[in-house]
Design a protein. Sequence first.
Lengths: 504, 146, 511
Amino acid sequence: MRQRPRKGVLIAMDTLVMTSQLPLYAVLASALAPIPLILAGRNPNMREAVTFAAGFLKLWFVMKMLPPVLEGKVLEYTLFEPVAGLPVQFRVDGMSMLFALVASSLWILTSAYAIGYMRPLKEHAQTRFYVFFAFSLSATLGVAFAGNLLTLYVFYELLSMSTYPLVTHHQDAEARGGGRRYLTYLLATSVGLVLPAMLFCYLKSGDMTFAAGGFLAGKVTPTEALVLLLMFVFGFAKAGVMPFHGWLPGAMVAPTPVSALLHAVAVVKVGVFCILRVVTGVFGLDFLEQLDLGLVVSFIAGFTVICSSLIALSQDNLKRRLAFSTVGQLSYIILGASLLSDLAVKGSMAHIAMHAFGKITLFFCAGAIYVATKKKYISDMVGIGRRMPITMVCFLIGSMSVMGLPPTGGLISKLHLLLGAPDSGRWWLMLFYVVSTLLNGAYLLPIVFRAFFKTGKHFDAGTEVQEAPMFCLVPLTLTAIGSILLFFFPHLVFELASLMVEGS
Amino acid sequence: MLDLIIAKFNYWVYIVLMMIGLYAMIAKNNYIKKLIGMTIFQTAIMLFYVSIGAKQGATIPIIDHHGDGGDHGEAAEAVGHAVETAAHAAGSLDPDAYVNPLPHVLMLTAIVVGVATLGVAMAVVQKIHDQYGSIEEDEVLKRIKL
Amino acid sequence: MDIVQQAPILMILCPFLGAFAVSLAGLIQRRWCYPLTVLFTAGSAYAGLGTLIQVLRTEGGVIRYRMGGWEPPFGIEFRLDALNAAIALMVVVVALLVAIYSRQTVASETAGKEGHFYTLFLLLTVGVLGISMTGDAFNLYVFLEISSLSSYALIAMGRGRAAFSCFNYIIMGTIGASFYLLGVGYLYIKTGSLNMTDIARILQEHGLYSSNSVRIGFLFILIGVWIKMAFVPLHRWLPNAYTFAPSTTSCLVAPLMTKVSIYVMIRIMFSVFNPEFVFGVGPRSDLVVWLAVIAMMVGSFYALAKNKLKMMLAYLVIAEVGYMVGGAWLANATGLTGAIFHILADGLMTLALFLAAGAIYYKRKSYNIVATKGLFGKMPFTMGAFAIAALSMIGIPPTCGFFSKWYLISGGIEAGHWGFVVGLLTSSMVNAVLFFRILERAYFEKPELPYEPGRQGKNALNFVERKGVDEAPLTMLAPLWAASLGLVLLGVYSGVVIDFISRYVNSVGFQ
């Protein structure tokens, strides 16, 4: 029906595997941070200095891995071997690198933002907050570096556990409900779906290491493959594929830095990252194409994209609206992967990074508004552009990136995703993207428009400029600038993404 | 049918006794009666063991050394020696002439175990009586519910 | 003779001689009982380590220790291979940790009876160790009764319904042991031997597997150990007995007694008999697995309905028994590996949970779940360890609970027994609900004590709520954390342990 030249098969052949302890150090940098964090607990300045130190250390380790990875090497480190022949192992390739870079650089910005957010609001138990934040970053990197399904699963679960205290940080009835929902969804799906699917894969193929082109091909029947694929797609509920998206809006009870980093970047992206890994490394694009399984996932993801955008339209709580927007954007990525075309998969990968910068800006803005004005609802934000112009400009940039308008990074990844649809021979799947982009505009742009050009009951013409504290403002400006920079310099992102696609 | 019962009557005896014991343990209301049932149950198994050591026309397993008298110490030593080498010296001794002593010895241990269990159980019953003023299960249950 | 050669016997002699020493000390100076107990269990643990090393070093991985130099099958021998060396070590480690832990609980719950308590404690250890080491079927019965008798007495020392539930336990326990004895009798009739290896050899050589006596013997032994391990539907005695026992007793009894009975079952199934017989002629094996599934469900859901922490944990023990029996009866090597690994893992998990429950009781004077409210603030270290153990029960990696489930589920998939797989997953999720219900209370709510009707008048405890952190003493926290960290370590190093266990599993000879 359609032919797609698979270039780069040769490159995959001579990929060099080298043993390196760098991935371990990168993970440990934040995993060990809690010890000094707790010791410095009584001195907030000291404590936050530790967080920054750990953040930069982590970023440095990640950066050090960049050159060899760009050369096409795979860095490997075996932690331990709980099951004979099945180690818990790090394998850093282009895909891991891309995700790790995004997560660790945004962690530093979020740490800065957290200072600006937590201190003015006089949040309780801040030490605990930083401790679990550091833990969850370690788990995120663990997922990024995971070399096989077992490792992926181990860190996936650890991430669920270490983010629970963050989600429920306020320790009130609402947090309790949100936290309960969070764990119910995540644990039920991971234990109930991923674990058996993973074991089944292992028993059928005797292998778990992500391989270029997957390891399941020819080992399972088409029916089994379909069931397994669905179990994985739904099982990694962090990706928020409907109907397992319910935890995400619930988890918005968390303090905004948590929502920003974890629920726009780390946790949810871990979900889609896992699905991408499974699609490329477990099944392999060729195998899925051969069985024509992409379409099923396309429909599930497409449905989620449209539905969540529609729901987002009706939300008045800003963070909830952003949460549903995230649900939709995540399914963009899954939809891209399900197209099984090189271009679209590359776009998916890049969209993880692009969307991360855009969405974290939006969350930062929402938090900044809350810190400065204690406003949570969009209806109360009419005219707020007069009070917080910088924040709202950044909000505009973030929105544009999420929608995919120039000059933001979102455009580039979205273009790849869009073009991937005809590339895969199903041009009509473009419709999902087009419709949802319009919907994105419909639920994001009015906020900005009304902020600047309308006057509301809280902010009228005479409102003076009064921004959130510097620690809030600077990070969100930086991420907004980042979004624009990614438009002009997307090379690194695509280089890493292509590494992965060509590897497969 | 009758043949079967007669040929293996030891089995039937132990099964009947065991059932009586089991019945008492489960159905009786009084704790002491339950314990009596327990003892019958254990005794049934002991009987079973003892009966399987028996042989037609065999005698007690004490080796007769035909006037090799001497004092007691020596005799005991000799017996110990005999047992030790019984396997090798099977030729010189006729195993069919002796009852198998092992099950009996095992049951000595089992009897000790049974007595100890009974002792502990009696003590517990006493504690129950102290606590609830009764050794009837239904009355005790009634008091627990209160 | 080399002292290392004597390690197996030293392992059991230490607590045995300790029992005499402690009972004497109880008469002279009660303060000595605790240090003596710790000392003797520590000696036993040390010897246990030596034994394990010896097993590792021996070619073929089997060491046999002959009592008094009598050759088996006439003499009694201790026979240690990859299966029971690990279990024996677990037993002594559990005993040591509980001994260290017991200082305050014994003094407060069974004041004035330290001498008796610790004597029985050590005798129980002797019994359980004996069961796990002996190679003689009748000797096993004797050890079974030694451990049972001491556990009866230990449980009866508790308050409230302890004596009443203990009586039921005595009745059931005696029936169980008697059935075991009866089964051994039938095997003896046919084989004329009591030594397990010897029985296995004779059964094999003379092709006795088709004999009715042998089959009945096997069945009786199974029923016996099933009663002892509280396998559904023979589980009714367990929850009350474990709940009302003094906390030290439940800490010792809960991890050891059921696990060791499962060991006996596995030993009989695969060392005395072989898979071909067990799964070929015995009761239909998938029925047993279904029973195991029912056990998991009964245990988990009853646990959900209980509002006493210890009662809940006791029902979980029943569910876990289902895991292990099911794993062993899946009739494949993976399932058996999982079952054996789970014996070790569950021993530690149960220990950690009961230790935590005991620590909570020590500080809050109540087992009611309400008493766990706000405990993350009051007892952060206890709850931290409790949380790790809870994660292991749910099966979150990298704790050992995850890896045992890994093998059990793999075994289930391999055997094509989907009921078992689903049952296991369901039970994991129920565990998640169960434990997060407690963790949530401890994390979100304000500390408060439950109103308990029995608390007025004479029974009222002079409980004064202290402000701020009110943590259990170090002698309780240290063993608790040792157990919890042990869970993580056992998970991380599960590869090594599984390697060791596989030596036994491979020798079983599945097709």
